[in-house]
Design a protein. Structure first.
Length: 223
């Protein structure tokens, strides 16, 4: 396969994007304890990750047909993240109403980003360290999506959670995002099949979410 100078430039930029995206994901994981104190930090990191996926990965992807779609979904996800986070703390009823649209948009965006990344990885002309890091980056995206699922479940159905396994909650409305960093960490624990105690094992909704999050761990990534 003969590559032109333009192809080589795009390949280098794409591989750089894999590394940058993975670095942002790892930083998000490491900053979760700090995000427990500064709640805005998790939303800020999610927004940065969405921007990295759009600017560095999707922009130089070999797939062009779905590029406008992922740009649109990414922009909508960022906008909803800001509005949802503010609404949950200031207008809880509006926040609860926005929870489902917020989660759906983020899950569709992350799912499309994972699918595009897998397809792009399978079309890479060379297997390099950056390509392997890209595969790891895509796997971590599944954990992020799982964290969003747990956060939505907390807002809509807090009875599914064991409060003794979660950080102390403020005396304000239960529909806040004070436990979002802890739930994100729990999602990654589920993804690695370590398990977590934050969910009641007898709760059906919790069992469904746990199954959805742990399912990728039993699949080959990528095949």
């Amino acid at each position: 396969m003969r590559l032109t100078r333009v192809d080589i430039t795009r390949l280098r930029n794409r591989h750089r994007g894999y590394l940058i995206t993975l670095a942002v994901e790892v930083a998000l994981l490491l900053l979760l304890p700090l995000a427990q104190v500064h709640l805005w930090l998790l939303s800020a990191m999610l927004i940065v990750l969405a921007l990295m996926l759009m600017v560095f990965v999707s922009r130089y992807s070999l797939l062009r047909k779905t590029r406008p779609l992922i740009y649109g979904l990414g922009g909508l996800a960022i906008a909803l993240e800001v509005v949802w986070h503010v609404a949950l703390n200031g207008m809880p009823l509006l926040g609860r109403a926005l929870t489902i649209p917020h989660v759906i948009v983020w899950l569709v965006f992350l799912t499309l980003a994972v699918i595009r990344m897998v397809k792009t990885l399978t079309r890479e002309p060379f297997v390099t360290v950056s390509v392997v890091m890209g595969a790891a980056s895509g796997y971590l995206l599944v954990g992020l999506a799982g964290g969003l699922l747990l956060t939505a479940l907390w807002v809509l159905h807090p009875a599914a959670f064991d409060l003794t396994s979660l950080p102390p909650l403020p005396p304000s409305s239960g529909a806040n995002v004070a436990v979002a960093p802890a739930l994100m960490a729990a999602a990654f624990a589920m993804l690695t099949t370590i398990g977590t105690s934050v969910l009641h094992t007898s709760n059906v909704a919790g069992q469904v979410v746990t199954t959805v999050i742990t399912w990728p761990a039993s699949s080959t990534w990528p095949s």
